[in-house]
Write a protein that binds this ligand. Structure first.
Ligand SMILES: Cc1cc2nc3c(=O)[nH]c(=O)nc-3n(C[C@H](O)[C@H](O)[C@H](O)COP(=O)(O)OP(=O)(O)OC[C@H]3O[C@@H](n4cnc5c(N)ncnc54)[C@H](O)[C@@H]3O)c2cc1C
Length: 369
């Protein structure tokens, strides 16, 4: 019997897989996206800060820098066109002492190299007027940083995918694929039953499972699969009214594992603090109440008026880091294999911001293929 043949098969319906599937379906390719869970976006994409990042910190010319800055512009445009809830509320990076002024300047210099030219230096008096609850002797304002409803974005991408004839297959777990000269023979388990089909291009956007999925794709050459390190980030929510109207960040931690315990707002105006960084060996989303003391100490540096009883454990996410605890930060990896496989590894922050740009990059890699 003739098997069903798709041009593109995407594994994983998080924000990255959905953005890629939408991009390829719009380009006229017959597209299927597989998701092992019963709904879209239940992985990393539903456990993050939902911040549209400015692109300030990433190493110049890195994929993270390029795709964040380009993706940010694409995302704002997309949100406006498709009515995805978002707000360009801006972010302040706050220096505690004048000794930190140099560190602020180096962030501004780095941002400029990344093409971010809208940063503003904010002196203490203006900081006080802008955010009376924030303690700091100067700050850097990023007006193009914002917040987004990540689920609404994913729903919108999925709707567009389906409008262009793409297929979303939920409860469908990718098992194995083998390259057969000009196509892949793919085996999935769909609602517990094995199912086989063919595709020309296979895109692995499986987030925390990207490495194990890559190991199950036989594509002629052995893929270079990077190690995967789980780095958990926990959040605490602040009950009651928000003391700030912008996102408030301390200076990044010197080891650059994370951006420091910062304050973000959601679209309902609720403040949450985090994420912190904790390398773990298992996926576990429990927020340990014992972390609260560390949060309080970090938050009080820039928000001394914190009422500790208002701080409650919220949720946690896991970053798919390619580097271990004390190693230098790794870039995103978009590995293109000539057989037609693209593996996406290490798509941690700013993956949500960069999703449309990553999708465009994948589309370009396949164009002409
Ligand atoms: C704590 C934290 C905070 C963050 N904050 C931000 C932020 O503020 N701004 C920002 O830009 N980015 C942020 N990020 C990064 C962003 O959330 C991620 O880059 C993005 O969500 C990754 O999406 P994804 O589609 O690659 O992964 P996922 O959303 O995890 O999607 C992968 C999907 O693949 C599916 N899957 C896995 N294996 C299989 C299989 N065998 N068969 C079928 N399906 C499979 C999974 O079920 C999952 O749904 C943050 C990340 C974390 C962890």
């Amino acid at each position: 019997m003739q098997q069903v043949h798709f041009d593109s098969c995407i594994i994983g319906a998080g924000v990255i897989g959905l953005a890629i599937a939408r991009q390829l379906a719009r380009a006229g390719r017959s597209t299927i996206i597989l998701e092992q869970a019963g709904c879209i976006g239940s992985g990393i994409s539903s456990r993050n800060s939902e911040v549209i990042h400015g692109g300030l910190y990433y190493a110049p010319n890195s994929l993270k820098a390029q795709l964040c800055v380009h993706g940010k512009h694409q995302l704002y445009q997309y949100c406006e066109q498709h009515r995805v809830p978002h707000r360009r509320i801006g972010k302040l990076i706050v220096a505690r002492s004048s000794a930190q002024g140099e560190a602020l300047q180096s962030i501004a210099d780095n941002a400029l190299e990344n093409g971010v030219s809208d940063l503003e230096h904010i002196p203490a008096a203006r900081l006080k007027a802008m955010e009376p609850e924030v303690a700091g002797c100067m700050a850097l304002l990023s007006p193009s940083t914002g917040i987004i409803d990540g689920h609404a974005l994913m729903q919108s991408l999925c709707m567009e995918l389906e409008q262009h004839g793409g297929l979303l297959s939920l409860h469908t777990r990718f098992q194995h694929a083998r390259f057969s000269g000009d196509h892949f023979d793919v085996t999935v388990s769909s609602v517990g039953e094995p199912y086989h089909f063919r595709c020309t291009h296979l895109i692995n956007a499986a987030g925390l499972q990207a490495q194990s999925v890559a190991a199950r794709i036989e594509a002629g050459q052995t893929p270079l699969i990077p190690p995967l390190h789980y780095c958990k980030g926990s959040y605490f929510a602040l009950h009651g009214p928000a003391p700030f109207s912008r996102l408030i960040y301390p200076l990044p931690e010197p080891n650059t594992t994370g951006l420091g315990i910062h304050a973000t707002l959601d679209l309902a105006g609720q403040v949450r603090f985090g994420p912190d960084t904790d390398y773990v060996t298992q996926v576990d989303y429990q927020v340990e109440p014992s972390r609260k003391a560390r949060f309080i100490a970090a938050i009080k540096h820039y928000y001394p008026g914190l009422m500790e009883a208002r701080l409650v454990p919220a949720y946690a996410g896991i970053r798919p880091k390619l580097q271990g605890p004390s190693a230098a930060p790794c870039d995103f990896r978009i590995d293109v294999n000539p057989s037609g496989v693209i593996n996406l590894f290490g798509i941690e922050s700013p993956g949500l911001t960069a999703a449309l740009a990553i999708a465009e990059r994948v589309g370009e890699s396949l164009a002409g293929a």
